[in-house]
Design a protein around this ligand. Structure first.
Ligand SMILES: Cc1ncc(COP(=O)(O)O)c(C=O)c1O
Length: 388
């Protein structure tokens, strides 16, 4: 019998941690309608404004005409198609790796990659601010997990030198951190991984298509594409499509497709998602102005917000945190922005640590200068009203 769950819900409410769903009607671009109110969207992961691009929609509808609406089985049964092959080739090409493999989501890709590579007796070194999917992946692997302070390579080096067992060692990090918007110190991490004979896995979900001269993400940005052993990513963010991917050497791909439970025991990604990802990768290659404009807007906006007294942490990306601290103030600020036609979310524990509740602004290529001005104006007003 299901116990009474209401006290738990009430308790979450009392702590200002209760979440609720809102229907967001997307009409395309940067304007949405939320519960009848038209707003500028500032919490989408569609960074390059590709989700509504006609080429992605067209590619998906051709794939549905060809394959139907479903993948109909797991990849190793009969769910793998030419659309998957093409997506694998395009993602590998974009990320500069020998091969790639699709998963239903980025979450599943992380679970699959980590559990296929390490197990009990091995050690994983995990950045303290890694995404929840990497945290769960580490737990599920049953390897010993050593958490290093966020971005702190000295702490990581210390942990690596103090924990030299006989098993495999693997360092796992986000490329761009989803809540702080800062970049992992990849140059130091690749050196450390080499010296310690550790595998390096980078979850580049928020960087693929956005960072690097060719849009290959943080390894491309730092000129280190050939030195990162495993890249995981999501096509559901900058690429405006859907699905998760792992990329690396041919043997890595072969091992993962033979071992990862989240690849073997789940339905393959639907072909239409593969087709729209192929279209997105082509646009990333052909239209570098999308990422250039996005990152240039992010730099200008951050300096304006810092000048107004906002705490934006070390964000070096299109994700801009505005730390408020208290969850109640954060929810209040998000609500006041909503009333002013700005839609973004207050992020609270457990998504971020206690005391670091924040507004999280995520930019899109198609945000106009007027929308950015409107948002800065609204944020400054709310800051004054709440004295935060
Ligand atoms: C850093 C990071 N990795 C992985 C994921 C999961 O990706 P997906 O949404 O495709 O499951 C997310 C998404 O929220 C993320 O922020």
């Amino acid at each position: 019998m299901l116990p009474d769950l209401n006290p738990e819900l009430t308790e979450l409410g009392n702590r200002n941690l209760l979440r609720r769903l809102r229907c967001v009607d997307r009409t395309g671009g940067t304007i949405v309608s939320v519960e009848g109110r038209e707003c500028v969207l500032f919490c989408s992961n569609d960074y390059l404004s590709l989700a509504t691009h006609p080429k992605l929609g067209k590619a998906a509808s051709v794939a549905i005409d060809t394959y139907g609406a479903s993948s109909v089985a797991s990849a190793l049964i009969c769910g793998h198609t030419a659309a998957h092959e093409q997506a694998h080739e395009h993602i590998a090409d974009l990320l500069g790796t020998e091969g790639a493999l699709s998963f239903p989501t980025g979450y599943a890709a992380n679970l699959g990659a980590v559990t296929a590579l390490v197990e009990k007796g091995d050690t994983v070194y995990s950045d303290a601010l890694n995404h929840r999917s990497l945290i769960d992946a580490c737990r599920l692997s049953r390897a010993d997990v050593q958490v290093y302070r966020h971005g702190d390579v000295t702490h990581l080096a210390d942990l690596l030198s103090r924990t030299q067992g006989t098993g495999r060692r693997m360092i796992v990090t986000d490329g761009v951190f989803s809540m702080d918007g800062d970049l992992a110190p990849l140059p130091d991490l690749v050196d450390l991984a080499d010296r310690s004979e550790a595998i390096l896995l980078v979850d580049d979900a928020h960087a693929t298509g956005v960072f690097g001269p060719t849009g290959g993400g943080t390894p491309d940005h730092f000129g280190l594409a050939s030195r990162v052993d495993v890249i995981t990513t999501s096509a559901s963010k900058g690429l405006g499509s859907f699905g998760g991917y792992i990329a690396g050497s041919r043997s890595l791909v072969d091992l993962i497709l033979n071992k990862a439970a989240t690849y073997i025991f789940t339905s393959a990604l639907p072909p239409q998602s593969c087709a729209s990802t192929v279209a997105a990768v082509n646009l990333v290659r052909d239209e570098p102005w999308r990422r250039e404009r996005l990152l240039a807007t992010a730099v200008t906006l951050k300096s304006r917000l810092r000048a107004e007294g906002f705490e934006t942490l070390d964000s070096g990306s299109q994700i801009i945190p505005l730390v408020i601290g208290d969850p109640a103030h954060t929810v209040d600020a998000a609500e006041r922005l909503f009333e002013r036609g700005i839609f973004l979310l207050g992020i609270r524990p457990p998504t971020v640590p206690q005391g670091l509740s924040r507004l999280r602004l995520s930019l899109m290529t198609d945000h106009t200068d007027e929308q950015i001005d409107q948002t800065v104006g609204a944020l400054v007003e709310v800051k004054q009203e709440l004295e935060i």
